[in-house]
Design a protein around this ligand. Structure first.
Ligand SMILES: [Zn+2]
Length: 162
C-alpha cells in the first residue's frame, strides 16, 4: 500500500536523486509514525487513567535538538530517528513525554510520576544514549553533504531533553 503511493509520486518527479531521497525519507517517516503509534498505546497502558494522558496528535520530525517534546497544547513530537533506537528506549521517551501532559516541567513531581509509571527509566535512558552514540545506518543521508551521523548523535545526546 505504502509502496504504491510512492511509486505513483515517482511519475511526476523528474529530479531522480532528490526524488529518491525524498521518497526514502517519506517512507521512513511513515514507518516511524506507525511504530510510534503502536508504542504510544503500549505506554499509555502504563497509566491507570490512560485517556487523561493521551496526546492531541503525533508529529514525527527529524530534529537534531531533541528526542521528543510535548507541546503545551498536548501535541506529541517524536524525533523520526528514534525509530532506530531499541524498543525499551523508544518507550522511555514516549512515557517521559506523556508524563509532561500532567507535569510540564522537570520538577520533583515530574520525576515522581515518571518513577511510578516507569520504574527503571534511567537504565532505558542510558541504553538510548549508548545506542544512538554508535554509528547507525541512515538510508536518507546518502549524499556527501549530509551531516555525519556520529555528529548528529553526539549533538542529540548533549542536548537531550528527555
Ligand atoms: Zn522532559
Amino acid at each position: 500500500m505504502l509502496r504504491s503511493k510512492y511509486i505513483k509520486d515517482a511519475s511526476v518527479r523528474p529530479d531522480c536523486r532528490t526524488f529518491h531521497r525524498e521518497l526514502v525519507e517519506a517512507w521512513y517517516r511513515d514507518e516511524a509514525h506507525i511504530k510510534f503509534q503502536e508504542r504510544i498505546e503500549v505506554c499509555l497502558g502504563l497509566f491507570p487513567d490512560p485517556e487523561a494522558f493521551r496526546s492531541q496528535g503525533l508529529i514525527v520530525r527529524q530534529t537534531v535538538q531533541r528526542w521528543g517534546a510535548m507541546s503545551p497544547a498536548g501535541r506529541l513530537l517524536l524525533n523520526r530517528r528514534l525509530v532506530q533506537a531499541p524498543i525499551d528506549a523508544i518507550d522511555y521517551v514516549i512515557t517521559h513525554e506523556l508524563c509532561h501532559v500532567e507535569e510540564p516541567h522537570h520538577g520533583a513531581a515530574f520525576f515522581e510520576l515518571l518513577d511510578k509509571r516507569m520504574p527503571g527509566w534511567a537504565g532505558r535512558k542510558q541504553r538510548l544514549e549508548r545506542a544512538m552514540a554508535r554509528e547507525l545506518p541512515n538510508p536518507v543521508a546518502a549524499d556527501a553533504n549530509a551531516t555525519p551521523i556520529q555528529a548528529i548523535a553526539t549533538a542529540w545526546i548533549s542536548s537531550i531533553s528527555t
